[in-house]
Design a protein around this ligand. Sequence first.
Ligand code: ATP
Length: 658
Amino acid sequence: SGKAPSHPFPDWAAGTPTPYAALVKTFTLAEGTTKRLEKLSHASLFLRQVLRLTPDDLLMVIHLMINKLAADYEGVELGIGESLLMKAIGESCGRSMAMIREDQNEIGDLGMVAMKSRNKQGTLFKPKPLTVKSVHQGLLEIATVKGEGGQGRKVAGIKKLLAAARGDEAKYLVRGLEGKLRTGLAENTVIVALSQAGIVHEMEQKGQKASVSMLTEAELKLRSVFSELPSYEVIIPAMMKYGLMGLKDHCKLQPGVPLKPMLAKPTKSISEVLDRFENKRFTCEYKYDGERAQIHFVSPDSSISYPATSISATTSSTKGITKIFSRSSEDLSKKYPDILSVLDKWVKPGVESFVLDCEAVAWDKEEKRVLPFQQLMTRKRKDVKIEDVKVKVCVFAFDLLFLNGKSLCQETLEERRRLMHESFTEIEGEFTFATYADANDLEQIQVFLEESVKASCEGLMVKMLDGEESGYEPSKRSRNWLKVKKDYLAGVGDSLDLVVVGAYYGRGKRTGGYGAFLLACYNPSSQNYETMCKIGTGFSEENLEEFYKLLSELEIEKPKPYYLHDSGNKLQPDVWFEPKIVWEVKTADLSISPIYKAAAGMADDTGKGRGISLRFPRFIRVRDDKSADDATTSSQVAEMYKRQEVVTSGSKKGGKGV
Ligand code: ATP
């Protein structure tokens, strides 16, 4: 009939700006249910409405739904500190800092505090209602303020938004500014919602209905496009222009848009590797211990131009690209100008564009060998000047994902490797192909592993070499890539990367600083940080001093409402932190815990929903290259626990309990 379905959002006239209130209504509905399918249907219904009424707002709507203002590589970050937010809330409502603090202590959710403060204010003069566009712009200004008086301008920006907020809007504005909306709408769900809304809308315009199989197909198509090209800036306009079903022809891996790297599964032993790859062709490569680096290049003379990938029109020209991206798609170009400046020496003539997957490793020029990861971490992260570089870096390339205008993700590893060796020239200490051996029995692999360790590597990466399973799988932790670290073989097991969420004051020699810390893993589906262990071992005195300086700046009054933690036990930390810092830790083993919440209920088969903890955790190093959301996930934790159970054939079942 063409009649719009009933929906719960405030309506707006076609062609007029999408009211922020309508988006917030969707947030409230999504937050109000624990069922993923219901969250999905609220989101998709709302997106349909946007497509029908104000399609130009769709890109901003999607970004606000996942609480981002732009693609990761643009480096625009929310995550305003709690004290600054409290100040802005107080000033915007004419309440003292003490009152806000008191509320925060009682409620523990700054979003709710903001809403309560607004509601107390009564009906004063109200500025114009917020729109999706005005909120996006406002947040963008706040996030990108720089230079002198920056803090003051941030506060002013926040106050301006809060002053115009009605109803639940203040709650989500503040939560968004803080960095977590807590609607339970994970990015994965939003992508599915977008695919559904898109296909339903397309069919509606043709006067038809989308069938269930079309919905499924649209979802698969959008997911696969997104994994090669994680940029809504490119995908959404293309979706409007070509429709969802034709999207794949227009949206492929493109230099300038980093893809989420393919990840490996840990293995306990070489025989486990052999079991997995039985009767397959596979290859072993050195596993270098540095920082993942995805290098993107397009020659300025290239005949192909790529769609704009940026929110700011000024940087939309994509002729000529040389960029390096991190594991989490951060732009590292300002960290490694020394790499970029010599890049043309390794590129052979005829190579116009490429995306290389590499490891950047600290390099000892005199000894001509790689240096430990710790050396690399002493490099500045931003605005590095080539002449000041002390720690030299060598790039070890292990995969080629794009060459001369064409994505290679679907090709076999053997073919990608062949093209890589054909297209680049090695230069000692600057650019080298990862050392590999097509070893295939236990003894050969053992020997190769020992050689890798002698060459200061962490162990081996073992990869499927040909056949369909050897394609590059962006963002997947795949069983087609296995990591064998020397430590596993010593029985130590894989390390974990955990978020520092709290600390305990030190005693004795450690008085005056923190003596131990509370760590958490991340659960991407609930978007909570789940506490996992207390750690006080492995730190040098310098470490502790440095961490005190860094972390005391991040202290907050109360645990965040998205910290999953048992507040009823004796192990409460003395202070809590913003979730920003990630540490790599090792452990003797994992055990079921009555106290900690990590992976609660995922591995404990007694039905008591107990979590998993680490026994004898030890600090290894800071993981600057990981953000809090890149920490080890709850399901990885559960998997690690279960694997260890298998290995110890059940003898540790249940563990001792920490
Ligand atoms: P993960 O990336 O699996 O979450 P992580 O960041 O702690 O964990 P590791 O477990 O050490 O990393 O192993 C994977 C990383 O090893 C890759 O992300 C990459 O940076 C690095 N690496 C070094 N050499 C290679 C290689 N030959 N092939 C693939 N990756 C390699």
